[in-house]
Design a protein around this ligand. Structure first.
Ligand code: F3S
Length: 303
């Protein structure tokens, strides 16, 4: 069966993830071993690669030897983690994405200014958990979440998780407008890399017969990207690696989903080499690929 394989114009690693990985590699090249509180990114394949290079993932600062390098991942960390790491004499390598830092600062300024702060995003996500702490106990609102805690708030300040979908953010803001506040202040902290990936995936989904979204099963931005493609009405398969394309692979994308034009995209935490393996596997399955290659796409701007 012949089909065409096309890669989204923007997909894979964003500049924040690239920077975190470069910082981790530079640290292990210098020090041999570095510690990361939680996986540096939500991609098991790249985390395994970093582990082979000397990055040890720990769950607690208790596991980090005194004076050792501690990498703060792109999601950021709470002020308490920074304080505790300094108290223990750890060498902090801060890989917090600049746009995550901006969301933390905005939330902190709103709290300082007397606003009841709302973070629109996933309550379980480490980025959101850290932003909440910078705003000293902000309310987290997920899509369709309960507004009860905000009924008596007069001044409300809102920020979004950086990988929030703009459509969901607008929907939550619309619900907030129904409250009896005297002031509502909103910052758009959704990052441009997220928007670019969603727009490019949406454009490709409109001309594809099937979409394949590559990324870690634990990656929220990959899940949102797959939801976005599915929302365009095209059959969408979310896979982690090329192995999921094999008959019987976890993604189910290898059987029957590759007629006509197959679109491929990857979340902001998906390495180009994993996307390239997926494209190569699709070509072995009869696909032809002649579009823009991973790594040759347009550069990203930091907003
Ligand atoms: Fe930063 Fe956006 Fe990536 S917030 S880590 S550039 S998805």
């Amino acid at each position: 069966m012949k089909f065409r394989v096309e890669l989204a114009e923007e997909s894979g690693f964003c500049f924040g993830v690239k920077r975190a990985i470069e910082l981790a590699r530079a640290t292990t090249a210098r020090e041999g071993t570095a510690y990361s509180l939680g996986p540096i990114i939500h991609n098991p394949q790249e985390v395994a690669r970093l582990t082979r290079g000397g990055v040890r993932v720990v769950d607690s600062l208790d596991e980090v030897p005194e004076g050792a390098p501690l990498i703060i991942r792109s999601h950021g960390a709470t002020p308490e983690v920074f304080d505790e790491a300094r108290r223990r004499g750890l060498a902090i390598v801060d890989a917090t994405c600049l746009l995550v830092k901006r969301a933390q600062e905005r939330a902190g300024e709103l709290a300082e200014g007397g606003y009841r702060v709302v973070v629109v995003g996933e309550a379980h996500h480490p980025e959101v958990q850290a932003i909440v702490e910078y705003a000293r106990g902000a309310v987290v609102l997920e899509d369709g979440g309960d507004l009860e805690a905000l009924r008596t708030a007069r001044r409300i300040g809102v920020v979004a998780q950086t990988t929030q979908s703009p459509g969901d953010y607008r929907q939550v803001l619309g619900r907030l407008l129904a409250l009896e506040f005297s002031e509502l202040r909103v910052y758009n902290t959704v990052c441009r890399a997220t928007l670019q990936r969603q727009r490019a995936a949406g454009a490709l989904a409109q001309r594809a017969d099937v979409m394949i979204v590559v990324g870690g099963r634990n990656s929220d931005n990959t899940r949102r990207l797959a939801e976005f493609c599915g929302g365009e009405g095209v059959p969408t398969y979310r896979i982690e690696t090329a192995a999921d394309l094999e008959p019987g692979g976890g993604g189910g994308a290898g059987s029957g989903g590759t007629r006509g034009r197959g679109g491929v995209t990857g979340g902001a935490s998906t390495p180009d080499w994993v996307i390239e393996e997926v494209v190569a596997q699709l070509c072995r399955m009869g696909g032809s690929f002649s579009e823009t290659q991973p790594g040759q796409r347009r550069g990203e701007e930091i907003q």
